[in-house]
Design a protein around this ligand. Structure first.
Ligand SMILES: NC(=O)c1ccc[n+]([C@@H]2O[C@H](COP(=O)([O-])OP(=O)(O)OC[C@H]3O[C@@H](n4cnc5c(N)ncnc54)[C@H](O)[C@@H]3O)[C@@H](O)[C@H]2O)c1
Length: 396
Protein backbone atom coordinates (compact mmCIF):
# COMPACT_ATOMS: atom_id res chain seq x y z
CA UNK A 1 0.00 0.00 0.00
CA UNK A 2 1.11 3.55 -0.67
CA UNK A 3 1.32 5.36 2.64
CA UNK A 4 1.31 8.92 1.39
CA UNK A 5 -0.94 8.60 -1.59
CA UNK A 6 -3.43 11.33 -2.38
CA UNK A 7 -6.36 8.96 -3.03
CA UNK A 8 -8.21 7.78 0.09
CA UNK A 9 -8.98 4.10 0.57
CA UNK A 10 -12.54 4.84 1.71
CA UNK A 11 -15.10 7.67 1.54
CA UNK A 12 -18.36 7.30 3.41
CA UNK A 13 -21.44 9.52 3.58
CA UNK A 14 -24.04 8.95 6.28
CA UNK A 15 -27.46 10.60 6.46
CA UNK A 16 -29.14 11.01 9.83
CA UNK A 17 -32.55 9.29 9.63
CA UNK A 18 -34.04 11.85 12.04
CA UNK A 19 -32.72 15.26 10.91
CA UNK A 20 -31.48 14.46 7.39
CA UNK A 21 -28.09 15.98 8.26
CA UNK A 22 -25.02 14.39 6.67
CA UNK A 23 -21.89 13.02 8.29
CA UNK A 24 -18.72 11.82 6.59
CA UNK A 25 -15.86 9.47 7.29
CA UNK A 26 -12.81 9.32 5.07
CA UNK A 27 -10.12 6.75 5.77
CA UNK A 28 -7.07 7.85 3.85
CA UNK A 29 -4.89 4.90 4.78
CA UNK A 30 -4.47 2.26 7.46
CA UNK A 31 -1.13 1.66 9.14
CA UNK A 32 -0.63 -1.00 11.81
CA UNK A 33 -4.38 -1.60 11.83
CA UNK A 34 -5.27 2.02 12.63
CA UNK A 35 -6.31 5.28 10.99
CA UNK A 36 -6.40 8.41 13.15
CA UNK A 37 -8.12 11.77 12.82
CA UNK A 38 -10.58 14.00 14.67
CA UNK A 39 -14.26 14.59 14.00
CA UNK A 40 -15.32 18.12 13.14
CA UNK A 41 -18.78 19.60 13.34
CA UNK A 42 -19.75 22.66 11.38
CA UNK A 43 -22.70 23.73 9.28
CA UNK A 44 -21.64 23.33 5.64
CA UNK A 45 -19.03 20.62 6.21
CA UNK A 46 -18.55 18.59 3.00
CA UNK A 47 -17.15 15.24 1.98
CA UNK A 48 -14.38 16.86 -0.05
CA UNK A 49 -13.33 18.97 2.96
CA UNK A 50 -13.15 15.80 5.08
CA UNK A 51 -11.21 14.04 2.33
CA UNK A 52 -8.60 16.80 2.28
CA UNK A 53 -8.35 16.68 6.06
CA UNK A 54 -7.90 12.88 6.05
CA UNK A 55 -5.05 13.27 3.57
CA UNK A 56 -3.48 15.86 5.86
CA UNK A 57 -3.75 13.40 8.74
CA UNK A 58 -1.89 10.76 6.74
CA UNK A 59 0.91 13.28 6.21
CA UNK A 60 1.01 14.14 9.94
CA UNK A 61 1.21 10.50 11.01
CA UNK A 62 3.98 9.92 8.50
CA UNK A 63 6.08 12.99 9.32
CA UNK A 64 5.74 12.35 13.07
CA UNK A 65 6.29 8.62 12.68
CA UNK A 66 3.05 7.60 14.39
CA UNK A 67 1.82 3.99 14.28
CA UNK A 68 -1.41 4.88 12.40
CA UNK A 69 -2.65 6.08 9.04
CA UNK A 70 -4.83 9.13 8.42
CA UNK A 71 -8.61 9.57 8.64
CA UNK A 72 -11.16 12.27 9.40
CA UNK A 73 -14.78 12.56 10.37
CA UNK A 74 -17.07 15.49 9.70
CA UNK A 75 -20.69 16.32 10.45
CA UNK A 76 -22.61 19.01 8.59
CA UNK A 77 -24.33 20.54 11.61
CA UNK A 78 -23.96 23.72 13.66
CA UNK A 79 -22.46 22.61 17.00
CA UNK A 80 -24.87 25.02 18.75
CA UNK A 81 -27.91 23.33 17.14
CA UNK A 82 -29.99 21.65 19.88
CA UNK A 83 -30.06 18.57 17.62
CA UNK A 84 -26.22 18.37 17.60
CA UNK A 85 -25.73 15.93 20.55
CA UNK A 86 -28.24 13.48 19.05
CA UNK A 87 -26.75 13.77 15.56
CA UNK A 88 -23.28 13.13 16.98
CA UNK A 89 -24.40 10.01 18.87
CA UNK A 90 -26.24 8.60 15.85
CA UNK A 91 -23.24 9.30 13.60
CA UNK A 92 -20.88 7.56 16.02
CA UNK A 93 -23.26 4.60 16.32
CA UNK A 94 -23.33 4.23 12.56
CA UNK A 95 -19.51 4.42 12.41
CA UNK A 96 -19.15 1.89 15.21
CA UNK A 97 -17.65 -0.94 13.14
CA UNK A 98 -14.78 1.44 12.30
CA UNK A 99 -14.59 2.99 15.76
CA UNK A 100 -14.44 -0.41 17.45
CA UNK A 101 -11.30 -1.56 15.73
CA UNK A 102 -9.66 0.88 13.30
CA UNK A 103 -10.64 4.56 13.48
CA UNK A 104 -9.16 6.53 16.41
CA UNK A 105 -10.88 9.89 16.60
CA UNK A 106 -10.69 13.00 18.78
CA UNK A 107 -11.71 16.64 19.06
CA UNK A 108 -11.66 19.04 16.14
CA UNK A 109 -13.37 22.23 15.00
CA UNK A 110 -16.70 22.57 16.80
CA UNK A 111 -16.07 19.41 18.81
CA UNK A 112 -14.28 19.74 22.17
CA UNK A 113 -12.65 16.56 23.52
CA UNK A 114 -15.04 16.34 26.49
CA UNK A 115 -18.05 16.51 24.16
CA UNK A 116 -16.86 13.61 21.99
CA UNK A 117 -15.71 11.63 25.03
CA UNK A 118 -19.13 12.02 26.63
CA UNK A 119 -20.78 10.64 23.48
CA UNK A 120 -18.36 7.67 23.40
CA UNK A 121 -19.06 6.98 27.06
CA UNK A 122 -22.83 7.07 26.44
CA UNK A 123 -22.35 4.50 23.68
CA UNK A 124 -20.31 2.22 25.95
CA UNK A 125 -16.98 2.94 24.22
CA UNK A 126 -15.39 4.88 27.13
CA UNK A 127 -13.25 7.36 25.22
CA UNK A 128 -12.73 8.57 21.65
CA UNK A 129 -9.39 6.72 21.32
CA UNK A 130 -11.43 3.54 21.88
CA UNK A 131 -10.06 1.44 18.98
CA UNK A 132 -6.43 1.92 20.04
CA UNK A 133 -7.23 1.42 23.72
CA UNK A 134 -9.22 -1.76 23.05
CA UNK A 135 -6.42 -3.00 20.78
CA UNK A 136 -3.70 -2.46 23.38
CA UNK A 137 -2.40 -5.38 25.42
CA UNK A 138 -3.76 -3.94 28.70
CA UNK A 139 -6.82 -1.84 27.80
CA UNK A 140 -7.74 -0.85 31.37
CA UNK A 141 -4.22 0.44 32.03
CA UNK A 142 -4.09 2.28 28.68
CA UNK A 143 -7.48 3.90 29.37
CA UNK A 144 -6.29 5.06 32.81
CA UNK A 145 -3.14 6.56 31.29
CA UNK A 146 -5.10 8.31 28.51
CA UNK A 147 -7.63 9.77 30.94
CA UNK A 148 -4.91 10.92 33.35
CA UNK A 149 -2.93 12.56 30.51
CA UNK A 150 -5.91 14.33 28.97
CA UNK A 151 -7.06 15.72 32.32
CA UNK A 152 -3.68 16.69 33.73
CA UNK A 153 -3.84 20.32 34.91
CA UNK A 154 -1.58 22.96 33.35
CA UNK A 155 -1.12 26.66 34.22
CA UNK A 156 -4.00 28.87 33.10
CA UNK A 157 -6.70 26.57 34.49
CA UNK A 158 -6.64 24.38 31.40
CA UNK A 159 -6.02 20.68 30.86
CA UNK A 160 -3.03 19.21 29.08
CA UNK A 161 -5.24 17.55 26.46
CA UNK A 162 -6.79 20.95 25.63
CA UNK A 163 -3.55 22.89 25.22
CA UNK A 164 -0.98 20.50 23.79
CA UNK A 165 -1.86 21.10 20.12
CA UNK A 166 -1.70 24.88 20.55
CA UNK A 167 1.57 24.52 22.49
CA UNK A 168 2.98 22.77 19.42
CA UNK A 169 1.78 25.61 17.17
CA UNK A 170 3.46 28.11 19.50
CA UNK A 171 6.70 26.11 19.26
CA UNK A 172 6.50 26.34 15.45
CA UNK A 173 6.22 30.13 15.69
CA UNK A 174 8.95 30.42 18.31
CA UNK A 175 11.22 28.09 16.33
CA UNK A 176 11.05 30.28 13.22
CA UNK A 177 11.47 33.48 15.26
CA UNK A 178 14.57 32.01 16.87
CA UNK A 179 16.01 31.01 13.47
CA UNK A 180 15.37 34.52 12.16
CA UNK A 181 16.96 36.08 15.24
CA UNK A 182 13.69 37.81 16.24
CA UNK A 183 13.43 38.41 19.96
CA UNK A 184 10.00 37.32 21.25
CA UNK A 185 9.30 40.73 22.83
CA UNK A 186 9.81 42.39 19.46
CA UNK A 187 7.61 39.95 17.59
CA UNK A 188 3.92 40.60 16.89
CA UNK A 189 1.27 37.96 16.30
CA UNK A 190 -2.34 37.72 15.07
CA UNK A 191 -4.43 34.61 15.77
CA UNK A 192 -7.65 33.76 13.93
CA UNK A 193 -9.77 31.57 16.23
CA UNK A 194 -9.33 31.21 19.98
CA UNK A 195 -10.81 27.78 20.60
CA UNK A 196 -8.75 24.72 21.50
CA UNK A 197 -5.90 25.38 19.07
CA UNK A 198 -5.87 29.16 18.70
CA UNK A 199 -6.52 29.81 22.38
CA UNK A 200 -3.61 27.66 23.52
CA UNK A 201 -1.32 28.99 20.77
CA UNK A 202 -2.11 32.57 21.85
CA UNK A 203 -1.52 31.64 25.49
CA UNK A 204 1.93 30.11 24.93
CA UNK A 205 3.04 32.86 22.52
CA UNK A 206 1.95 35.50 25.02
CA UNK A 207 3.68 33.56 27.79
CA UNK A 208 6.90 33.47 25.72
CA UNK A 209 6.76 37.27 25.57
CA UNK A 210 5.40 37.80 22.06
CA UNK A 211 2.94 40.64 21.53
CA UNK A 212 -0.43 39.20 20.41
CA UNK A 213 -1.97 42.29 18.77
CA UNK A 214 -5.10 40.73 17.21
CA UNK A 215 -7.30 37.73 17.79
CA UNK A 216 -10.62 36.72 16.25
CA UNK A 217 -13.49 34.45 17.10
CA UNK A 218 -16.63 33.74 15.08
CA UNK A 219 -18.07 37.10 16.24
CA UNK A 220 -15.24 39.39 15.08
CA UNK A 221 -11.68 40.63 15.55
CA UNK A 222 -10.28 42.20 18.73
CA UNK A 223 -7.12 44.27 18.28
CA UNK A 224 -4.69 46.36 20.27
CA UNK A 225 -1.34 47.41 18.75
CA UNK A 226 0.13 47.54 22.27
CA UNK A 227 -0.69 43.86 22.78
CA UNK A 228 -3.85 42.18 24.06
CA UNK A 229 -4.29 40.85 27.58
CA UNK A 230 -4.53 37.25 26.40
CA UNK A 231 -5.16 35.49 29.75
CA UNK A 232 -8.07 37.82 30.54
CA UNK A 233 -9.62 37.45 27.08
CA UNK A 234 -9.28 33.66 27.11
CA UNK A 235 -10.90 33.61 30.52
CA UNK A 236 -13.96 35.32 28.94
CA UNK A 237 -14.53 32.53 26.36
CA UNK A 238 -17.56 30.28 26.28
CA UNK A 239 -17.54 26.55 25.44
CA UNK A 240 -17.48 27.40 21.71
CA UNK A 241 -14.38 29.59 21.93
CA UNK A 242 -16.33 32.88 21.73
CA UNK A 243 -15.33 35.82 23.89
CA UNK A 244 -17.97 37.64 25.93
CA UNK A 245 -17.76 41.19 24.52
CA UNK A 246 -19.14 42.68 27.73
CA UNK A 247 -15.86 41.62 29.40
CA UNK A 248 -13.61 43.22 26.77
CA UNK A 249 -11.77 46.39 27.81
CA UNK A 250 -12.79 49.62 26.02
CA UNK A 251 -9.24 50.16 24.83
CA UNK A 252 -9.56 47.10 22.59
CA UNK A 253 -10.62 47.80 19.00
CA UNK A 254 -13.51 45.69 17.71
CA UNK A 255 -13.17 44.98 13.99
CA UNK A 256 -14.88 42.77 11.40
CA UNK A 257 -14.16 39.06 11.61
CA UNK A 258 -11.81 38.83 8.62
CA UNK A 259 -9.76 41.85 9.73
CA UNK A 260 -7.49 39.61 11.82
CA UNK A 261 -5.96 38.28 8.60
CA UNK A 262 -4.90 41.73 7.42
CA UNK A 263 -3.22 43.19 10.50
CA UNK A 264 0.47 43.91 9.81
CA UNK A 265 2.24 41.42 12.07
CA UNK A 266 5.33 39.25 12.08
CA UNK A 267 3.33 36.02 12.45
CA UNK A 268 -0.21 35.20 11.39
CA UNK A 269 -1.72 32.04 12.91
CA UNK A 270 -4.96 30.98 11.22
CA UNK A 271 -6.51 28.67 13.86
CA UNK A 272 -10.17 28.48 12.93
CA UNK A 273 -11.66 27.48 9.58
CA UNK A 274 -10.23 25.78 6.51
CA UNK A 275 -9.74 27.97 3.41
CA UNK A 276 -9.19 31.12 5.52
CA UNK A 277 -6.55 32.59 3.18
CA UNK A 278 -7.59 32.39 -0.46
CA UNK A 279 -6.68 34.02 -3.74
CA UNK A 280 -9.45 36.55 -3.02
CA UNK A 281 -8.03 37.91 0.24
CA UNK A 282 -4.33 36.99 0.12
CA UNK A 283 -3.46 40.37 -1.38
CA UNK A 284 -4.37 42.03 1.92
CA UNK A 285 -2.43 39.62 4.16
CA UNK A 286 0.38 41.69 5.67
CA UNK A 287 2.24 39.10 7.81
CA UNK A 288 5.86 38.00 7.33
CA UNK A 289 5.14 34.39 8.22
CA UNK A 290 2.01 32.22 8.28
CA UNK A 291 1.84 29.26 10.68
CA UNK A 292 -1.16 27.04 9.97
CA UNK A 293 -2.86 25.92 13.18
CA UNK A 294 -6.07 25.25 11.27
CA UNK A 295 -6.11 22.43 8.76
CA UNK A 296 -6.06 23.55 5.12
CA UNK A 297 -6.03 27.19 6.24
CA UNK A 298 -4.30 28.45 3.08
CA UNK A 299 -5.39 27.48 -0.43
CA UNK A 300 -2.59 26.37 -2.80
CA UNK A 301 -3.04 29.50 -5.00
CA UNK A 302 -2.79 31.79 -1.97
CA UNK A 303 0.30 29.96 -0.74
CA UNK A 304 2.03 30.44 -4.10
CA UNK A 305 1.26 34.14 -3.98
CA UNK A 306 2.57 34.44 -0.43
CA UNK A 307 5.78 32.61 -1.37
CA UNK A 308 6.22 35.02 -4.29
CA UNK A 309 6.07 37.88 -1.80
CA UNK A 310 8.65 36.22 0.45
CA UNK A 311 6.15 34.97 3.04
CA UNK A 312 6.64 31.30 4.00
CA UNK A 313 3.78 29.14 5.25
CA UNK A 314 4.53 26.46 7.87
CA UNK A 315 2.02 23.83 6.75
CA UNK A 316 -0.75 22.41 8.93
CA UNK A 317 0.56 18.86 8.82
CA UNK A 318 3.68 19.97 10.68
CA UNK A 319 2.58 23.03 12.68
CA UNK A 320 -0.59 21.58 14.21
CA UNK A 321 0.45 17.92 14.33
CA UNK A 322 1.35 18.15 18.02
CA UNK A 323 -2.20 17.23 19.04
CA UNK A 324 -2.23 14.00 17.00
CA UNK A 325 1.37 13.11 17.85
CA UNK A 326 0.76 13.61 21.55
CA UNK A 327 -2.39 11.43 21.52
CA UNK A 328 -0.32 8.56 20.12
CA UNK A 329 2.58 9.22 22.50
CA UNK A 330 0.05 8.92 25.31
CA UNK A 331 -1.50 5.77 23.85
CA UNK A 332 1.87 4.10 23.41
CA UNK A 333 3.16 5.17 26.83
CA UNK A 334 5.86 7.54 25.54
CA UNK A 335 4.37 10.21 27.81
CA UNK A 336 2.08 10.02 30.83
CA UNK A 337 0.35 12.57 33.01
CA UNK A 338 3.36 14.79 33.74
CA UNK A 339 2.86 17.83 31.48
CA UNK A 340 6.59 18.61 31.55
CA UNK A 341 7.42 15.33 29.75
CA UNK A 342 4.84 16.09 27.05
CA UNK A 343 5.98 19.68 26.60
CA UNK A 344 9.65 18.64 26.44
CA UNK A 345 9.05 15.93 23.83
CA UNK A 346 6.85 18.12 21.64
CA UNK A 347 9.22 21.09 21.99
CA UNK A 348 12.12 18.98 20.69
CA UNK A 349 10.18 17.31 17.86
CA UNK A 350 8.54 20.51 16.63
CA UNK A 351 11.58 22.75 16.87
CA UNK A 352 13.76 20.30 14.92
CA UNK A 353 11.21 19.82 12.12
CA UNK A 354 10.48 23.53 11.80
CA UNK A 355 14.20 24.32 11.76
CA UNK A 356 14.61 22.00 8.78
CA UNK A 357 11.72 23.66 6.92
CA UNK A 358 12.85 27.21 7.56
CA UNK A 359 16.51 26.46 6.73
CA UNK A 360 15.45 25.21 3.29
CA UNK A 361 13.35 28.36 2.85
CA UNK A 362 16.08 30.73 4.00
CA UNK A 363 18.85 29.02 2.02
CA UNK A 364 17.10 28.10 -1.23
CA UNK A 365 13.58 29.58 -1.06
CA UNK A 366 12.11 26.07 -0.98
CA UNK A 367 8.53 26.32 0.30
CA UNK A 368 8.20 24.74 3.78
CA UNK A 369 5.37 22.55 2.46
CA UNK A 370 7.68 21.11 -0.22
CA UNK A 371 10.36 20.28 2.36
CA UNK A 372 7.71 18.75 4.65
CA UNK A 373 6.39 16.63 1.76
CA UNK A 374 9.94 15.44 1.19
CA UNK A 375 10.15 14.43 4.85
CA UNK A 376 6.87 12.51 4.46
CA UNK A 377 8.11 10.67 1.41
CA UNK A 378 11.39 9.80 3.14
CA UNK A 379 9.39 8.25 6.00
CA UNK A 380 7.44 6.18 3.47
CA UNK A 381 10.44 4.00 2.83
CA UNK A 382 10.83 3.47 6.56
CA UNK A 383 7.20 2.42 6.85
CA UNK A 384 7.54 0.00 3.98
CA UNK A 385 10.28 -1.90 5.81
CA UNK A 386 9.29 -1.48 9.46
CA UNK A 387 5.54 -1.54 9.54
CA UNK A 388 5.06 -5.28 9.85
CA UNK A 389 7.00 -5.37 13.11
CA UNK A 390 5.10 -2.33 14.42
CA UNK A 391 1.65 -3.80 13.84
CA UNK A 392 -0.55 -3.16 16.84
CA UNK A 393 2.24 -1.14 18.39
CA UNK A 394 0.12 0.26 21.23
CA UNK A 395 1.85 -0.58 24.50
CA UNK A 396 0.19 -1.72 27.66
N1 LIG B 1 -8.57 20.55 18.31
C1 LIG B 1 -7.55 19.86 17.84
O1 LIG B 1 -7.01 18.97 18.51
C2 LIG B 1 -6.98 20.19 16.49
C3 LIG B 1 -5.81 19.55 16.10
C4 LIG B 1 -5.22 19.88 14.88
C5 LIG B 1 -5.84 20.82 14.07
N2 LIG B 1 -7.00 21.40 14.46
C6 LIG B 1 -7.59 22.38 13.55
O2 LIG B 1 -7.59 23.67 14.16
C7 LIG B 1 -8.72 24.41 13.71
C8 LIG B 1 -9.52 24.89 14.90
O3 LIG B 1 -9.92 23.75 15.66
P1 LIG B 1 -10.29 23.87 17.19
O4 LIG B 1 -10.42 22.50 17.71
O5 LIG B 1 -9.42 24.87 17.86
O6 LIG B 1 -11.76 24.49 17.05
P2 LIG B 1 -12.69 25.17 18.18
O7 LIG B 1 -14.08 24.86 17.77
O8 LIG B 1 -12.22 24.79 19.54
O9 LIG B 1 -12.40 26.74 18.00
C9 LIG B 1 -12.68 27.43 16.83
C10 LIG B 1 -12.43 28.91 17.05
O10 LIG B 1 -12.53 29.58 15.79
C11 LIG B 1 -13.51 30.63 15.89
N3 LIG B 1 -14.09 30.79 14.57
C12 LIG B 1 -15.00 30.00 13.93
N4 LIG B 1 -15.23 30.49 12.71
C13 LIG B 1 -14.49 31.61 12.58
C14 LIG B 1 -14.29 32.55 11.54
N5 LIG B 1 -14.92 32.44 10.37
N6 LIG B 1 -13.43 33.59 11.74
C15 LIG B 1 -12.77 33.71 12.92
N7 LIG B 1 -12.90 32.83 13.93
C16 LIG B 1 -13.76 31.81 13.75
C17 LIG B 1 -14.45 30.16 16.97
O11 LIG B 1 -15.20 31.25 17.53
C18 LIG B 1 -13.45 29.58 17.97
O12 LIG B 1 -12.81 30.62 18.68
C19 LIG B 1 -9.49 23.47 12.78
O13 LIG B 1 -9.08 23.69 11.46
C20 LIG B 1 -9.05 22.11 13.21
O14 LIG B 1 -9.16 21.16 12.18
C21 LIG B 1 -7.58 21.13 15.65
Amino acid sequence: MEFVDDQPMLRMTWTDPITGKNGFLVIHNIVGGFATGGTRMRAGCTLSEVEGLAYGMSLKTTVFDLPAGGAKGGIDCDPKDPEAPGVLRRFLSAMRPWLNTHWVTAEDLGMPQEVIDEAFDDLGMDQSYHAAIAGSSKPARTLRRVRAGLSSAVPGGQLLGEVIGGYGVAQSCLGVAQKWGNEPDRTTVAVQGVGTMGGAAAWYLHEAGMRVVAIADAAGTLADPQGLDIPTLLEARDAYGEIDRSRVSESVQQLPREAVLFVPVDILVPAAVSYAITQHNVGAVAARLVVEAANMATTPEAEVELAGRGVPVIPDFVANAGAAAWAWWLLTGKVGDDPQDSFALLHGEMRSKVAELIDAWDDDRIAPRATAMKLAHARKQYYATEIVSRRRAVAS
